[in-house]
Design a protein around this ligand. Structure first.
Ligand code: PHE
Length: 360
């Protein structure tokens, strides 16, 4: 056997014995690298006579080509083996249960859900959303709403007062969303059609009252808005909100300083088996206060009661949320208990709309 055959046999065996890309590369460098055994042989060609080169040249080049080819083939085989090993080591068990993504696991608080439902319903009737601050002046919360100073209705509200400021004025945590009526009428020209949802505060706490709660106010002012319009808006709202074909409503005369006439509205329900259902039964449940905006309130906002008029209503969001979703106690609404929220909360991507369904 010639020296070239021996070298080739050696190199090919080394190539076939490699077990990974690193050892294969070591063989390649030892043979074909700058100082590799095959490279050294190639260098000898330069010093040969043309005849000798003609004979040895093809032999050495052939050796180089075959070694190179063997290395390439081995490299592919090793890469394929490595991939196969990785695929079987990193196998995924597709039969495992799927864990919900964070955006599917989070929950929307019932208050936020109900607020979105209310906004969707009134937006469909052409109402915009107006807002005001939680901390109000006595003027916005009472005086401009036609509560005379010292009037007993102020006491009815169990108001939280802030410490007096430099001028001896005491701000209040708003006891209702009605001050937003004043803010809206003082900043916008009629026709006005707004709802004003927000937080409200009264010194009260039991199963159905918390010191902080939520109301939504409605206000419509134009040339002719009347009680018939008010009744239609409220009926339409209740029917859509409680997702029933019809609700019977009862308007009872009542008193609010800022509306005249004023009414409290009950809706018909059944209380069979302790469960409240709407659209059936012979019981009544109070859900809101309303009335025609008092001329004094219009005047307090710079409007002329002889040329514009309108109606307002206000209801407790927490209360109608409890009614709609059968929650017996209001206090857990504000306790931030994740287990409660998981039970009563709503899926974040189910956004209420009249087209897709309020609570699809
Ligand atoms: N602000 C009243 C309350 O909190 C509700 C109401 C609003 C009544 C608008 C009439 C008109 O009880």
């Amino acid at each position: 056997m010639s020296d070239l055959d021996t070298l080739e046999g050696d190199l090919l065996r080394q190539v076939s014995e490699t077990s990974d890309e690193a050892s294969l590369d070591a063989v390649r460098v030892a043979a074909l690298g700058k100082k590799g055994s095959v490279s050294e042989l190639l260098k000898t060609l330069g010093a040969m006579t043309p005849e000798a080169r003609k004979e040895r040249g093809p032999l050495i080049n052939g050796l180089r080509d075959r070694v190179q080819g063997a290395i390439g083939t081995r490299r592919e085989a090793l890469a394929e083996a490595a991939l196969t090993a990785r695929l079987s080591a990193e196998r995924i068990d597709v039969t495992l249960p799927v864990r919900d993504a964070p955006e599917a696991r989070g929950r929307i608080h019932p208050i936020s859900q109900v607020l979105d439902e209310i906004t969707a319903i009134f937006a469909d009737m052409g109402f915009a959303v107006a807002e005001g601050p939680d901390i109000e002046t006595d003027d916005y919360n009472f005086t401009a709403l036609n509560f005379p100073p010292g009037h007993p209705a102020r006491e009815m509200h169990d108001t939280f007062f802030l410490a007096p400021d430099r001028n001896g004025q005491r701000k209040v945590l708003r006891t209702h969303t009605s001050p937003v009526q004043i803010r809206t009428m003082r900043s916008q020209e009629p026709p006005i059609r707004v709802i004003c949802p927000g937080r409200t505060y009264r010194h009260d706490s039991d199963q159905t009252h918390t010191p902080m709660f939520h109301q939504v106010e409605g206000l419509v002012i134009d040339k002719a808005a009347n009680i018939a319009n008010l009744k239609w808006v409220l009926e339409e709202f209740c029917r859509t909100f409680f997702e029933v074909d019809a609700v019977k409503m009862r308007f009872r005369p009542s008193f609010f300083p800022f509306t005249e006439p004023s009414a409290e509205v009950d809706i018909q329900c059944s209380r069979k088996g302790g469960e409240i259902r709407f659209g059936e039964g012979t019981d009544w449940l109070e859900i809101l206060g309303c009335g025609m905006v008092h001329p004094n309130v219009l005047r307090n906002c710079g409007l002329d009661p002889d040329s514009v008029q309108g109606f307002a209503f206000g209801m407790g969001i927490d209360r109608i949320a409890m009614l709609k979703y059968g929650m017996p106690d209001l206090r857990p609404f504000f306790e931030a208990d994740v287990r409660w929220l998981e039970h009563y909360g709503f899926r974040p991507l189910d956004i209420p709309s009249l087209v897709a369904g309020l609570t699809a």
